[in-house]
Write a new protein. Structure first.
Length: 201
């Protein structure tokens, strides 16, 4: 519920693009934000995924600490007051019921977190696949432009910009393959033909 409220607030104030949780809950806005930012940074998803996973881990750690704290509290009480066991049966039963209720809530929260994280990772992989396809198309367009301008005079500076962009795309694809994010082999880009890369003017 906290995450849904957080996402709604971020959407209302127009900060969805800067908030991965809000983007996660509003697919249309998230897709628009993705299209706007892909030309500026291909690592947005990577950086925000780490934050989301860190948040989920912190929540899980806090939940575990609460379970341990409750268990220790009731265990210490039982050891110190063993002589009043019969008299305090009702109190212990209530304490156990409260503990069981908390444990059930925690288990339910853990399952929801696991499902949410799995869906988030699946969505992340889908975004990466779309990103890879878009970058491959961009790389193909760069090579085609360079080939069209093999004989264009005074084109060296422009040519080097395109070659540099092509290499950055290649490095990004190689890094995705190296990180094995998708679990499958990602083919790298082919070398730009020498004529297209250096021109013949």
């Amino acid at each position: 519920m906290h995450l849904h409220l957080h996402a709604k607030v971020m959407t209302e104030i127009g900060a969805t693009c800067d908030d991965p949780i809000a983007s996660f809950f509003n697919k249309k806005v998230a897709q628009r934000c993705y299209i706007d930012t892909i030309t500026n940074s291909a690592t947005w998803v990577d950086k925000n995924l780490e934050k989301i996973v860190s948040t989920l881990e912190a929540q899980q750690n806090a939940t575990n600490a609460r379970i341990v704290g409750l268990y220790k509290m009731y265990d210490d009480r039982n050891k110190l007051r063993a002589d009043a066991y019969l008299k305090r049966m009702d109190d212990k039963k209530q304490a156990f019921d409260d503990l069981q209720e908390n444990v059930d809530k925690i288990k339910s929260g853990v399952k929801e977190n696991e499902r949410g994280l799995k869906k988030l990772l699946d969505d992340y992989k889908d975004v990466i696949r779309v990103n890879i396809n878009n970058l491959r198309e961009l790389a193909t367009g760069i090579v085609a432009k360079l080939k069209r301008n093999i004989y264009t005079p005074n084109y060296d500076e422009e040519r080097q910009k395109y070659v540099g962009a092509y290499k950055k795309i290649g490095n990004y694809l190689n890094q995705i393959d190296k990180d094995a994010i998708l679990g499958t082999k990602i083919d790298g880009l082919e070398e730009i033909p020498t004529e297209a890369q250096n021109g013949r003017v």
